[in-house]
Design a protein. Structure first.
Length: 596
């Protein structure tokens, strides 16, 4: 195999190094060759990010005859050193909010359901501490990771109590009085300052390492290699840090992607330039040398569980002949929150069927309004998404979910799937021939609005960078064809043979099309035949001024016609736009409120 100059420099390097590798740049191949170039009697540890990456890496090292390389995850190392030694019992799924209330006999007054809100924050505080490199809970300020104003007010009022109960729950785990979590034994491993006895330690996907994992790695008396992509950090919500920026090692680059072509590479670079809207950004070059033309694997990728579930519903409705689908990860996880609350529990609350609710937290609230109040005070995004699904689909949900499950294939039959559904987090490290992006990622328009508003109040730069990273990771999963909503495309970016830009209709326009029988499909055909795809230009051929911006002059004309009581048919003819587009603009200008 012929290696690039960048790869050769890494393979022949000495001392501690860090490698910033763009998506699809063959970093695993490079690291394997680095290991093969070391003395045959060297003891080498390869730290993988998760179990699936570990299994894949083990096979690759084994196929190359590198039996001196041990592949582990941070958790597999910690498990052997801590759990076996102390004979701990593990609570694999962690503790639910209502379980912490009962376990700790929590008491709190004031807000409705205050004990559940306190328990939710105790759970998050424990995760924050266990993923940190601090030795005591008191060294952290939990408020540093609480962003919502309502939630911050609540935590401030109960801070001493939340911190005390966090320490007490950790103490119970440490003494073996209760089952421990995965986060806990990793933290205990880090605090034991282990020396693992390897000559070389290779740390992959390091941009999403927790401070605890990074601390273990940096303290090893071995030659260290840390690998990752600065712009693929997407686990900040799990308190990950960009370890590449924290390791003071010699820096190497892998800037050529063998996964996709130059047009996809250019789009990825342009999306990353959005970071300059909120902070200083150092542009990185990406050379795309992928040459795949076949389309065998097809995937829909979304930012959120909600976005993905909605797209799965849309897709199966529009493609009724599709018989086999696959969700990355457990399909049931898309109907459950991490703390155990079910989509069906929220639906039963919506219908007033309290006797059918299984989750104690949801059973304790009076109605959806109270649940949304709880969500606001805890920043519980998953519960919030469930409420939105229930509001959108109501009692159709059980039938919809059953249809999806009936079409879902097992892990062993994944290759049979005609379409794969995944969130960005679940497909990280994977690739597909063609992908379709849901329209639930951050946009350039929203970022510009945030920048404007930042003059009045500070913004969370790290969180916004991570939102941009999520779109970058999603775009770079494709090997060939990308179907992307127009709202996610950087201004002025050109259409290419491998990038299909999808028109995005407002809710009013979708309703109007439904009422009139017109159809602009929300999904493009995942087909190698380019002529079957849709574009903004194609829609404009049918509706002359579709998607053209509304100017001040047009707004004035619309206001004048509205005030004169002109018929909607006249407005459609005058503006050469759909009824839905005009209704949307009337709503935007608040004409009913001002002149109705």
């Amino acid at each position: 195999m012929k290696f690039t100059e960048e790869q050769q420099a890494i393979i022949g390097s000495i001392g501690n190094i860090k490698i910033n590798a763009v998506a699809g740049s063959g970093k695993t191949t490079t690291v394997i060759e680095y290991a093969r170039a070391r003395p045959a009697n060297s003891r080498i540890l390869y730290l993988a990010f998760n179990k699936s990456v570990k299994l894949e890496a083990e096979k690759k090292f084994r196929d190359k005859g590198l039996n001196n390389v041990k592949v582990e995850t941070a958790h597999s190392l910690a498990f052997r050193h801590i759990v076996y030694h102390h004979q701990y019992k593990i609570r694999a799924q962690g503790y639910k909010t209502n379980e912490i209330v009962e376990l700790m006999n929590l008491e709190a007054t004031g807000d409705k359901h205050a004990v559940y809100i306190v328990a939710n924050h105790i759970n998050k505080f424990i995760a924050y501490f266990c993923n940190s490199n601090k030795s005591r809970v008191q060294e952290l300020n939990y408020l540093d990771v609480v962003t919502d104003a309502v939630a911050r007010t609540f935590v401030t009022n109960f801070y001493k109590y939340i911190e005390a109960q966090t320490r007490l729950l950790l103490s119970k785990m440490d003494k073996g009085e209760i089952e421990i979590t995965h986060d806990f034994y990793l933290k205990k491993f880090q605090l034991s300052n282990p020396q693992l006895g390897y000559d070389y330690t290779l740390f992959d996907e390091a941009q999403d390492a927790s401070p605890a994992m990074l601390d273990v790695f940096l303290k090893q008396q071995a030659t260290k290699v840390i690998v990752g992509d600065t712009h693929q950090q997407i686990y900040g919500w799990r308190y990950a840090v960009n370890s590449l920026e924290k390791a003071n090692f010699s820096t190497f680059q892998l800037s050529t992607s063998f996964r996709f072509g130059q047009d996809i590479a250019n789009l990825a670079v342009e999306v990353l330039k959005w970071k300059a809207l909120i902070a200083e950004h150092r542009e990185i070059p990406i050379t795309g040398k992928g040459k795949t033309k076949e389309i065998n694997s097809k995937a829909v990728i979304a930012r959120t569980n909600l976005g993905l579930l909605l797209k799965a519903i849309e897709y199966t409705n529009e493609h009724k002949k599709v018989q086999h689908i696959y969700f990355e990860g457990n399909i049931n996880s898309y109907t459950y929150a991490d703390d155990g609350a079910s989509l069906y529990d929220v639906l039963n609350l919506y219908n007033g069927k309290r006797h059918l609710i299984k989750d104690n937290l949801i059973k304790a609230v009076k109605d959806l309004d109270e649940l949304e109040d709880y969500i606001e005070k805890t920043e519980d995004v998953q519960l919030g998404m469930m409420v939105e699904i229930v509001k959108e689909y109501g009692n159709e949900i059980p039938i919809i979910i059953k249809k999806l499950k009936d079409k879902h294939v097992s892990n062993e039959e994944r290759d049979k799937a005609e379409i794969i559904f995944s969130t960005v987090h679940r497909c990280k490290g994977l690739e597909y021939d063609a992908i379709y992006l849901a329209n639930d990622f951050i946009t350039e328009v929203k970022l510009k609005k945030i920048k404007e508003e930042s003059k009045k109040a500070p913004v969370n730069i790290s969180k916004l960078n991570e939102e941009i990273n999520l779109l970058y990771v999603a775009i770079t999963r494709t090997k060939n064809m990308l179907h992307i909503p127009e709202t996610l495309v950087p201004a002025g970016f050109p259409v290419s043979a491998n990038i299909n830009i999808i028109p995005v209709l407002s809710q009013e326009e979708k309703k109007d099309n439904k009422d009139t029988g017109k159809k602009v499909p929300s999904f493009q055909e995942f087909d190698a035949k380019r002529g079957k795809t849709y574009s903004v230009e194609l829609v404009r051929e049918k509706v002359k001024d579709a998607y053209q911006p509304w100017t001040t002059e047009l707004d004035d004309e619309l206001t004048d016609m509205f005030c004169k009581g002109k018929d909607m048919t006249d407005m459609v003819k005058h503006f050469k736009r759909t009824k839905g587009a005009i209704l949307s603009r009337i709503k935007k200008l608040e004409l009913h409120e001002r002149f109705g």
